[in-house]
Design a protein around this ligand. Structure first.
Ligand code: NAI
Ligand code: F6P
Length: 381
């Protein structure tokens, strides 16, 4: 079985590639980083090390790679033959690979009528659906109806913390032991990809909201408050009592609406929160706050990990959240010069003012109590 995976980065090698290998796939990575592509083709294997006391190590074999910038025709040929296509490249990059995938699918229909599933493994709601939309924009109406029944784009939720790392062995990747990959079954076309480690569910939304608004909300808050209080890494931030309380406070707020909305068991959900806080505090992982805080414009978006839980808390619980709004304020203050989006946010606040910037980024109404609450928290910080 052949899997074509876009993005040979942390999640690509450390998580998805790992599961694909253990499920007997040959994995063809597609990336634009020529160093990583060349190394993968030279070695055809790499190591994954677990960030825990045992430092257990596995060797992932049966891998190769294609540089899509220089060899797009090879990517097209690989998609035409693939049994599964996956991505872990970042939400902002998905639209950029849509044309190449569309060409691959065109070639495939000339060669075979075998169905294919394309699964985006990104930190976002509806990643595969977005990729489908962008691919379908490239197609004629006839192609759209032909592709509709043949290619599935099930959405998915992926959870595994893999920090940025510089290792002597450049292919080696250190990952936390925990992982979860949930895929929506109804949108699969043909047989379910037999990947050991995928949990197939009938309805993904509760899983992805629980994950995004707990793991990613808490992580982002640890990063934004960590940066605000001058911390370098997430586990150092979590050692700070004040930050721990702020993160726990926000997760109790997101938990309150998640439990109400989806009927999760409250006690189980509290255990889930504590488990996640434990994962953030893993001292075997050196995860810089600037990685977890990256791309604040994306993270301040209306459907992302900060604004969506704040809005849903207000709608479902019936009052303004406190910690989530404080977290949004901390994200607005994030001024790391090495992050282009952080620089843009600071410039927007200086040039257009706080309220207009909040409105533009979050798409919340400037007169709403949520925006007023964010402004109040911003001035208190
Ligand atoms: N690192 C983590 O702990 C987690 C990350 N994620 C999500 O997984 C996705 C990937 O994140 P990471 O692996 O951490 O990022 P990363 O930066 O380590 O890897 C991304 C890879 O995509 C490649 N890439 C960029 N543009 C490309 C293009 N046009 N075509 C092909 N490849 C391209 C890059 O060269 C890089 O190797 C993101 O959506 C992230 O939110 C999800 C869960 C956990
Ligand atoms: O990858 P994003 O969306 O920038 O979010 C940052 C953080 O969220 C996580 O992916 C957790 O799932 C972190 O490991 C991580 O990097």
């Amino acid at each position: 079985m052949l899997a074509v995976h876009f993005g040979a980065g942390n999640i690509g090698r450390g998580f998805i590639g790992n599961l694909l290998y253990h499920s007997k796939y040959e994995t063809c990575f597609v990336d634009v980083n020529s160093e990583i592509v060349n190394l993968l083709n030279e070695k055809n294997e790499y190591r994954v090390v677990l960030a825990e006391p045992t430092q257990e190590e596995v060797t992932i074999k049966n891998v190769r790679a294609i540089n899509s910038a220089s060899n797009p025709e090879q990517v097209i040929a690989a998609i035409a033959e693939a049994d599964l296509v996956t991505t872990a490249i970042g939400p902002n990059i998905l639209p950029l690979i849509a044309g190449l995938i569309a060409d691959g699918l065109r070639k495939r229909v000339e060669q075979t009528d075998k169905p294919l599933n394309i699964i985006a493994c990104e930190n976002m709601i509806g990643g595969s659906s977005l990729l489908k939309e962008k691919i379908f924009e490239k197609l004629t109406a006839d192609e759209q109806s032909q592709f509709e029944g043949r290619f599935g784009f099930p959405d998915s939720a992926v959870d595994r913390i893999v920090p940025n790392q510089v290792n002597v062995d450049k292919l080696m990747v250190k990952v936390e032991p925990f992982y979860e990959w949930v895929v929506e079954e109804p949108k699969i076309i043909g047989e379910k990809p037999p990947v050991k480690g995928i949990t197939y569910v009938q309805e993904l939304v509760p899983y992805i909201e629980r994950k995004l608004f707990t793991v990613n909300t808490g992580h982002a808050l640890a990063a934004y408050f960590g940066y605000y209080f001058g911390m370098d890494t997430i586990n150092h931030a979590m050692e700070n009592k004040q930050i721990l309380e702020l993160v726990e406070g926000a997760l109790k707020e997101s938990g309150a609406f998640l439990v109400e909305k989806y009927g999760f068991n409250e006690e189980e959900h509290n255990k889930y929160i504590q488990k996640i806080i434990g994962r953030f505090s893993n001292s075997y992982i050196v995860d810089e706050v600037t990685r977890v805080a990256r791309s604040p414009i994306r993270k301040l978006g209306p459907n992302d990990r900060l604004v969506s839980p704040a809005r849903q808390y207000q709608e479902i619980v019936g009052k303004n959240p406190e910690y989530l709004l404080k977290g949004i304020a901390a994200a607005l203050m994030y001024g790391f010069q090495g992050d282009e989006e952080a620089v843009q946010v600071q410039a927007a606040i200086n040039e257009q003012g706080l309220e207009t910037t909040i409105e533009k980024l979050t798409q919340l109404d400037g007169t709403s109590s949520l925006v007023k609450g964010i402004i109040e928290q911003y001035h208190q910080l």
